[in-house]
Design a protein. Sequence first.
Length: 171
Amino acid sequence: MMHKRVWLLGITLFIALAPWIVERVYTLSVISYPYHCESRFGFKYISATGESAVASEGSMQLTYYQSGNGVGTYVGHLFHLDGQGKVLKKQSIHRAMEFSYQLLPGMLKSTTLTSSRIQGDEISDADAEKYVYPGFKVGHTSFGMIVKINRGGYAAGSSQFPRAMCSTLDK
């Protein structure tokens, strides 16, 4: 009777864990490393009165390593605009960051480990986090999705970051 309970417990655990294990092995075997993602994007924030706006435009590159860590750079500009869209001030933004990530079932979780300004950066940390990407703040955690696309690559993105196209560096 005791052997039958142990056997049933073993079968139950196997049935409960098998789909998760298969998904994890499949996901990790399909995604080869290092993986490189790029996205060009911009945002525009209009003041409540409509008398001014701040816009950002630039390019983010992210590289994911098999160790669960990655690096990223952003190069772009921040524009201060009047109510008619005329540029009043243009500032360069050049940032680098290191992050850790986890592949969860159907999701990507990433946390910023370090963030730094690169030579030529002209904006404050607060403006970089507010107008460009909140992930420039150390400790920031975001959750995103990874989607397989037709040509063997992937697209990754989150609610705070547009989708980036990704491919292995060896292609």
